[in-house]
Design a protein around this ligand. Structure first.
Ligand SMILES: [Zn+2]
Length: 384
């Protein structure tokens, strides 16, 4: 393996090496070379030394730790009716956060202007300079083209197709790299980073106003040829149904089982709701109709997830988003296990995500840090 300082930093950052001895063993480099590369990383403040409890020959061995307080990341997780904005350290710990109510229906220019204003206010309030940011991330409830970083024909974001999101935000954040991601992808990466870093494959199903999934395979997001991987909300599950989806088609999974569909049904039952967020509030308040409808939605989602599970045979499937709840999980469990091959579910962990609304925030931080501290980037910066 190529083993410049950047590659060694990655071993430390991902928890594969925590002492000089580990680095020597994994890289096979000489003691002198490892010392030089670590000096460069320590000198740049990318790595810090701590004490380990173990003593060998009367000397304490120093541990090596990625310095997650060397810079900050600014993130915005956009949902259909509101956006969560946070400043985090490089490990995804939230330093400051705020939420703004702004419907994506208002269009990209209006929404991004409001996000930029709230970002500036949050940075000012907590005394974080734009120069202290190593990057920024923004997630959207729709497919994002991996090459351009622009929304790619998002069914529930009218007017956002191919909008230059990054360029828009860069005006407020001069010199700061801005990355974009689909919201379910960001949430999947966040849950992976926070609690499942050992697994080879993880799927997160986000059920909010819309429905989408994020896939993490071998520690990386899998987004597909044009960012559409995991966009299961518009799979036609009931071709004869007259339920019209926001995408304009009939019988989509989202037309039957999304927060938007449930909000309409709950409204007709006398419990007004307009978004997944509000359906989630009814669920948390113990509304029996919301629970019943969430379980039924789960059954529809489980049918589609059975195909996903048979295709990918993941170790972990997590349920996230505003509708994540015991009834939704019970419905998914019911049909997924009935429809999928036993072999595909034998070792499957199917459970609720643990980060709730913070999943996308933590995932966006990880996305930015993976990008800004990739071995090539680090090697280039240390040579400069
Ligand atoms: Zn649809």
């Amino acid at each position: 393996m190529p083993t410049g300082p950047g590659e060694i930093l990655e071993l430390i950052r991902l928890g594969r090496a925590s002492t000089r001895g580990d680095v020597l063993e994994i890289t096979g480099l000489s003691r002198m070379t490892v010392a030089q590369r670590l000096d460069a990383l320590l000198g740049a403040g990318m790595v810090v030394e701590g004490e380990t409890g173990e003593a060998t020959g009367g000397r304490r061995r120093r541990s090596l730790v990625f310095n997650s307080s060397q810079a900050h990341v600014l993130v915005a997780a956009v949902d259909t009716t509101h956006t969560r904005i946070a400043v985090t350290d490089l490990g995804g710990r939230i330093v400051a956060d705020t939420e703004i109510d702004v419907p994506v229906q208002a269009g990209p220019s209006v929404v991004l202007d409001q996000i930029a204003t709230a970002m500036t206010a949050l940075l000012d309030k907590h005394d974080v300079a734009v120069g202290d940011l190593c990057g920024a991330g923004l997630s959207l409830p729709g497919p994002v083209d991996p090459e351009s970083g622009r929304p790619s024909q998002p069914p529930i974001l009218p007017g956002w197709d191919a909008y230059p999101v990054v360029e828009h935000l860069q005006a407020t954040l001069p010199g700061v790299p801005v990355l974009t991601a689909n919201d379910a992808d960001a949430a999947a990466l966040g849950e992976y980073a926070a609690g499942h870093a050992g697994v080879r494959s993880l799927v997160l199903v986000k059920v909010s106003t819309g429905i989408g999934t994020g896939l993490v395979i071998d520690g990386r997001l899998y987004t597909g040829a044009d960012g559409g991987a995991g966009d299961i909300g518009h799979v036609r599950v009931a071709p004869g149904s007259d339920a019209v989806c926001q995408c304009g088609m009939q019988g989509c999974l989202a037309a039957l089982a999304s927060g938007r569909a449930l909000a309409a049904e709950l409204t007709s039952l006398g419990f007004p709701a307009t978004s997944g967020h509000e359906v989630g509030e009814l669920l948390r308040a113990g509304n029996a109709d919301a629970a019943r409808l969430a379980q039924r939605a789960g059954r529809h989602i489980g049918e589609v997830m059975a195909t996903v599970v048979c295709l990918l045979n993941p170790e972990v499937v997590l349920i996230g988003g505003a509708l994540a709840s015991a009834p939704l999980l019970a419905g998914i469990r019911e049909t997924l296990y009935r429809s999928a091959l036993p072999r595909a579910t034998r070792h499957l962990q199917l459970q609720l995500g643990t980060l709730a609304e913070n999943a996308a925030v933590v995932g966006l931080t990880r996305l930015v840090v993976d990008h800004e501290f990739a071995p090539d980037q680090v090697n280039r910066r240390l040579r400069a």
